[in-house]
Design a protein around this ligand. Structure first.
Ligand code: SAM
Length: 205
């Protein structure tokens, strides 16, 4: 019998019909509908971008405005030949990749749908997800423009509160949000922070 991860559901069928390689696109659409993070002509950094749904959704929404830089360990499965799009195949932990992305910033919005390769051991997977979120947060602090927003996926496991507390020190607002498009059995959720206060001052965490 197929697991619910293998069965095409409403969101998978909708993604296929609309030309998106992954159903995860509707999680970003829901987050944006609630928090209005994509507006104007923003510079956006999409971390963990493959197979490419979030980037394609952003490119369609921005319709030639703004700029999107994207990075993933794996290549995209769709062609995105847009002048305002730049993809780097690489590891966000690689200093050369970080430098290249930094040079394309600062960004008004840093998104991370990055997830570790899962092992099936929930504790191990949660730990790996938390480490990625910490690294992404730290990087976002260095490349976000004041007033910018941050979104990151995390596997729920207890670290969310501490991470939200850390975000609240650097943003005017931070909260957790689980889009309806997340599979019901999934333990992922998203941290959404808006109103970046800018570079840390001495004494600030
Ligand atoms: C759930 S997928 C992202 C789906 C994407 N948002 C979309 O809509 O097409 C998670 C991605 O995170 C990437 N990833 C995990 N760790 C990474 C890292 N250290 N650097 C770059 N990408 C990473 C994985 O390769 C994987 O493609």
């Amino acid at each position: 019998m197929k697991s619910s991860y293998e069965k095409p559901d409403f969101w998978s069928l909708k993604a296929k019909k609309e030309g998106y390689p992954a159903r995860s696109v509707y999680k970003l659409a829901e987050i944006d509908a609630k928090f209005h993070v994509v507006g104007g002509a923003p510079r956006v950094l999409d971390i963990g971008a493959a197979p490419g749904s979030w980037s394609l959704w952003l490119l369609r929404k921005l319709a030639g405005r703004g700029f999107i830089a994207a990075v993933d360990l794996q290549g995209l499965t769709i062609e995105l030949p847009f002048d305002n799009f730049h993809f780097i195949k690489g590891d966000l932990y690689d200093p050369a990749v970080r430098g290249e992305l930094q040079a394309l910033g600062p960004y008004n919005l840093v998104l991370s749908d990055a997830a570790p390769a899962t092992t099936g051991n929930r504790i191990v997977d949660q730990g790996a997800s938390e480490s990625i979120v910490e690294a992404v947060m730290d990087y976002a602090f260095s490349c976000l423009a004041p007033g910018g927003a941050f979104i990151a996926k995390i596997f729920q496991g207890g670290a969310e509160k501490a991470l939200l507390d850390a975000l609240r020190k650097r943003f005017s607002s931070a909260r957790g949000f689980k889009p309806e498009a997340c599979r019901s059995e999934s333990f992922e959720t998203y941290l959404v922070a808006t109103g970046f206060r800018g570079p840390a001052h001495s004494g600030q965490a």
